[in-house]
Ligand binder design. Structure first.
Ligand code: KG4
Length: 327
């Protein structure tokens, strides 16, 4: 009988310290997430130095809780998976150094994971039968990409944003209309009380690349010119415009590749309007992560690490953090 593989996943690329134990890349035994949102909220965004310090303070307790909740002993871990980029360098170094120490102490392989690959793998946990190939729409705070996922460890970026990431646009619009940080969930909530009745001009690209800064600026200008504008209507109109662009570009990718399985990933895939809009596309087979797996977490890193390990992609202790790591 094939032996089960327990992957410990460590995530510390931004403001979440998270460690999880995942069996065979699909079954979550524990997923402990310590978020620093409250700490950074007063600054209106993540302060890198404060993030690193908090990772250092929290990581040992998060590790212990992950092991306890999984009901295992440290020696039961088969591989130690950790995010090594992209992200904030100081924050990445905390999780990666912890992973190296554990790998060395336990005598278990270290597996470096690209954070974006982790976001894709969140879907393998939510949908146990999902397998590549598929198209992935990656929508996080720092990235917006259309990715052709050919295999678990092989993918090609077909299009990306030329300016702001979609999460960045959500966060900046939220700040300007006075909602604060983190903007995405706050716009999501407010938009549920609004109507999409404000016309927001779109920036058009003929290929699969995106541009969101024009839309962001248009929303900010509408708000400046008419401070009494209904904020819920503005939020919903912004979401509608963004959704239409995302769906339009995905249809282009479907036409070009002939693949109609579309997988959403990254923090913005938690957005209610975007989720509903994609589910309404009856010509697409749409998958999305459980809400709790959309934003940063260790389970997605553990799952991605498992597939890297199966592909023989094991790292040594010289592995370094790469803040601008690409897929
Ligand atoms: O993937 P993620 O957790 O971190 C990165 O790897 O970047 O994404 C964070 C982004 C933030 O911009 C946040 O505002 C956005 O995801 N976000 C949302 C929602 N939840 C998180 N955006 C729109 N609607 C949401 N419900």
């Amino acid at each position: 009988m094939k032996k089960d593989i327990l992957s410990l996943g460590i995530e510390s690329s931004c403001d979440e310290t998270s460690i999880a134990v995942v069996k065979n890349g699909r079954e979550v035994l524990s997923n402990v997430i310590n978020t620093q949102i409250d700490i950074h909220e007063i600054y209106g965004g993540v302060v890198p130095e404060i993030a690193s310090r908090n990772h250092i303070e929290n990581i040992s307790a998060v590790y212990k809780a992950a092991i306890d909740q999984a009901g295992i002993k440290p020696k039961d871990i088969d591989i130690v998976s950790a995010t090594y980029g992209p992200g904030l360098v100081g924050a990445l170094l905390v999780g990666l150094s912890y992973a190296k120490a554990l790998s060395f102490a336990l005598g278990k392989p270290l597996v470096g994971v690209n954070h974006l690959q982790g976001h894709i793998a969140a879907n393998y946990i939510t949908h146990p039968k999902l397998e590549p190939p598929f198209l992935c729409l990656m929508m996080s705070g720092g990235n917006t990409q259309i990715i052709y996922v050919k295999d678990y460890t092989n993918c090609e970026v077909l299009g990306r944003t030329k300016d702001d990431a979609v999460g960045e646009a959500f966060d900046k619009v939220a700040r300007v209309v006075g909602l604060g940080y983190p903007g995405g969930p706050k716009i999501d909530k407010l938009a549920q009380e609004g109507e999409p009745n404000i016309d927001i001009p779109k920036t058009h690209f003929d290929d699969m690349n995106f541009s969101f800064s024009g839309i962001k600026t248009a929303v900010i200008n509408i708000n400046h010119k008419n401070p009494d504008v209904n904020k819920a209507d503005l939020a919903k109109s912004f979401e509608k415009t963004i959704s239409e662009i995302l769906i339009d570009h995905i249809h282009t990718a479907v036409q070009i590749t002939g693949i109609n399985t579309v997988v959403l990933a990254g923090g913005v895939s938690a957005n209610t309007y975007i989720r509903d809009s994609f589910l309404a596309q009856k010509d697409l087979k749409v998958y999305m992560p459980d809400l709790k797996l959309c934003t940063d977490n260790g389970a997605m890193i553990a799952a991605a690490g498992y597939y890297n390990y199966l592909a023989g992609e094991v790292s040594d202790l010289s592995l370094n953090a790469i803040p601008n790591l690409k897929l």
